[in-house]
Design a protein around this ligand. Sequence first.
Ligand code: C5P
Length: 235
Amino acid sequence: MEPRIIVALDFADADSAQACVNVLSPQTCKLKVGKELFTAEGPAFVSSLVRRGFDVFLDLKFHDIPTTVARACSAAANLGVWMLNVHALGGATMMQAARDALGQADDRALLVAVTVLTSLSDADLQQIGIQEGAAQTALRLAGLAHASGADGVVCSAHEAASVRERFGDAFLRITPGIRLADDSSDDQNRIMTPSRAVQSGASYLVVGRPVTRAADPTAVLRRIEFELTEKRGVH
Ligand code: C5P
């Protein structure tokens, strides 16, 4: 079965990231490369993960004028990544340009949109002129992403059910903030266990520190898989 766990490689350099990747396998997880590692190590590191057979989610959250974002998406797709993302706040024209840049091939990179950053409170949104609450804004932006041809959204597991209900199961929900029952929540505010997140409608789970900081990352992945399989009733 296709892995549903995306390990967030939030490392400062290639050596530390590599040490973690060396104990992981494309059969058990996908990988996410974000701004820190990409800025430090660049596209060559992303290509090296793709060559090793991993599905890579390039999490650079593009947000710029449509032409610039479209070109950035083409450049990212040329690295062979599985998924990339933009900010829905860039607007419909920008998201459509991003989607057009990825083409029609069956194996094209998937495009997902960030709705509202989970770090933003309702008060933060009001400061930037958005009067409706974060949950409502996230659902409205998910609608814009859906209408613009995006394949899904990055959202909190708490929003996954309403996104699935409104836009259907094929519109992906990528959810960070995942913690096993006995994990520390770190700086995440609204966390959920893997099985509850999937039951709530998450398509893929982004898991960072619970795996990357573990003494035995593969054991943690096995525990998550076990939890998911057990809850599905598959033995
Ligand atoms: O270590 P942890 O599991 O909290 O990592 C979560 C990952 O998901 C990080 O790479 C973080 O940047 C990312 N993320 C998030 N919340 C969002 C969007 C992305 O935690 N709303």
